[in-house]
Design a protein around this ligand. Structure first.
Ligand SMILES: [Ca+2]
Length: 72
């Protein structure tokens, strides 16, 4: 998973072509894009990938308040 994956998922969410060649989305791509495994490709999946890319927890991110108070 990298930033390109997150961008690809965002493209799926808004309905843009993910493959540069204009090829249709493969079943594998759709499966891989469902990052949290809830059966739907949504913004939540893109956010999950982005969190993974920047090194945040895959499963449970701390509340925003925790993040803000611990950024030094
Ligand atoms: Ca999902």
């Amino acid at each position: 998973m990298n930033l390109q994956d997150a961008i690809a998922i965002l493209k799926m969410v808004v309905g843009l072509d993910v493959n540069d060649s204009g090829k249709p989305l493969s079943p594998y791509q759709a499966l891989a894009a469902d990052f949290n495994g809830d059966g739907v490709v949504s913004l939540t999946d893109a956010i999950g990938v982005l969190k993974h890319v920047v090194g945040l927890s895959l499963t449970s991110a701390p509340p925003i308040g925790f993040l803000l108070t611990n950024l030094t």
